[in-house]
Design a protein around this ligand. Structure first.
Ligand code: 8YV
Length: 325
C-alpha cells in the first residue's frame, strides 16, 4: 500500500481558498472542484462513492441515496451553519457524522442582516436605480424616494439563536424596541443582555415595524411566512429574510409587495436559489442579494477552516467540535 493509499479520501465539493486546499492535501487524498462546476445529484453521488469524508456547502443535498452509495463514508462536513441540506435521519441510520460551522459566522451574518434591514427600510437600491435612471433632477424635499425609519422603531426577530441575538444587540444601538419569537424562550439574563422581549408570533407580526427571519429551516416551517402572516403586518412594515428561502411563500410575498400590503422586503435567500422568481425581480420595493450574509473573506475562510477541522477530527476517530449527529 502506498503512502497515498493510506491517506483518507476526501471530497471537497466546491471551490475553496487554494492555500486551505493545499493544507488539506498534505494530509488527505483530495478530490476537489476548484472550477466550481455545478454538479448534478448523480455527479455528486459518483464523486462521493469512494470517499471517507466530504466537505460540502448548503448547495449539496446529502440524502439517504448518496449515503447508501458511499460505503466508506464516515463524516460529511458542511461549510455552513444551516444544515437543511442534510437528511439527518439518513445520517443517523448509517452512523455517518454530520457537522456544521456555527459561531464563526455569527457577527458577520448579523452585520449583513442589519445591512439588509437598513437598505430595505431606507429604499437604498431603489434610490440608486432612480439616480442612475436620471430621475434626480432637482433638490427636492418630497419628490424623492421616502423611506421608513430604523431608529426607535420596533424590530421583530423570528428565531432567537446566536445570529438573532447578535442582531438584537445591534438594534439596541439604534434605540429600537426589540421583540422576539422563538421555539424556546431565552433565559432572563440573556433577554436582558439582548434588550429583547418575548412575544407570541401574532403580536410580533402585528406590532413590528421591521421583521427579520433568522430561524433554521425545517419541514415544519416550510412557507411559514405566507399570505396570512403578511396580512397581519403593518402596511408600513418591512420583512427581511436571511434564513432560508423556503421559509417564505415567495409568491405571496411578491403579491403583498405589488399590492403595497407591506412597505418593502429584503431577501438574501431564495427557495430555488440560485434561480430567483421573475415575480420578485419585477418589483421595486425589494432589495435582493445573492445569499451573501456570511460572505466576507475573513468569515468564509474561518468557515472553511472549521469545516476542515471538523472533518479531520471525525476521521481521526475523535468527536468533531461541531458534531450534529
Ligand atoms: C453559507 C449559510 O454560506 O451558514 C449558512 O447556513 O447560509 C451561509 O453562511 C451557505 O449556506 C453556503 O454553504
Amino acid at each position: 500500500m502506498t503512502q497515498k493509499d493510506q491517506k483518507p479520501k476526501i471530497l471537497v465539493a466546491r471551490e475553496i481558498f487554494p492555500d486551505l486546499l493545499a493544507q488539506l492535501e498534505q494530509v488527505a487524498d483530495v478530490q476537489s472542484n476548484q472550477d466550481d462546476l455545478i454538479w448534478s445529484a448523480e455527479d455528486l453521488k459518483a464523486a462521493m462513492a469512494d470517499k471517507d469524508a466530504a466537505i460540502v456547502t448548503g448547495g449539496e443535498r446529502i440524502d439517504a441515496d448518496i449515503i447508501a452509495a458511499s460505503p466508506n463514508l464516515k463524516i460529511v462536513s458542511n461549510i455552513a451553519v444551516g444544515y437543511n441540506n442534510f437528511d439527518m435521519p439518513a445520517f443517523k441510520a448509517r452512523q455517518v457524522m454530520a457537522t456544521n460551522t456555527p459561531d464563526v459566522l455569527t457577527e458577520t451574518t448579523a452585520d449583513f442582516g442589519f445591512t439588509l434591514l437598513m437598505a430595505t427600510a431606507r429604499r437604498l437600491t431603489e434610490s440608486e436605480h432612480w439616480l442612475r435612471a436620471g430621475q434626480w433632477k432637482k433638490f427636492s424635499i418630497c419628490d424623492t424616494p421616502l423611506a421608513m425609519d430604523i431608529h426607535h422603531s420596533t424590530l421583530g426577530i423570528m428565531g432567537m439563536g446566536r445570529i438573532g441575538q447578535a442582531i438584537a444587540r445591534r438594534a439596541l444601538g439604534f434605540g429600537m424596541k426589540v421583540r422576539y419569537y422563538n421555539r424556546s424562550r431565552l433565559s432572563p439574563e440573556l433577554e436582558k443582555e439582548c434588550g429583547a422581549t418575548y412575544v407570541d408570533r401574532e403580536t410580533l407580526l402585528k406590532e413590528s415595524d421591521h421583521i427579520i427571519l433568522v430561524m433554521p429551516y425545517t419541514p415544519e416551517n416550510h412557507h411559514l411566512f405566507g399570505e396570512k402572516e403578511l396580512n397581519m403586518m403593518k402596511p408600513t412594515a418591512t420583512v427581511v429574510n436571511i434564513a432560508r428561502g423556503g421559509i417564505v411563500d415567495e409568491l405571496a410575498l411578491a403579491k403583498a409587495l405589488k399590492e403595497k400590503k407591506i412597505f418593502a422586503a429584503g431577501i438574501d435567500v431564495f427557495e430555488g436559489e440560485p434561480t430567483v422568481r421573475p415575480e420578485l425581480l419585477a418589483l421595486d420595493n425589494i432589495v435582493l442579494a445573492p445569499h451573501i450574509a456570511s460572505a466576507t473573506e475573513k468569515t468564509r475562510r474561518a468557515m472553511i477552516e472549521l469545516a476542515i477541522k471538523n472533518c479531520l477530527t471525525g476521521l481521526a476517530g475523535k468527536t468533531p467540535p461541531n458534531l450534529l449527529s
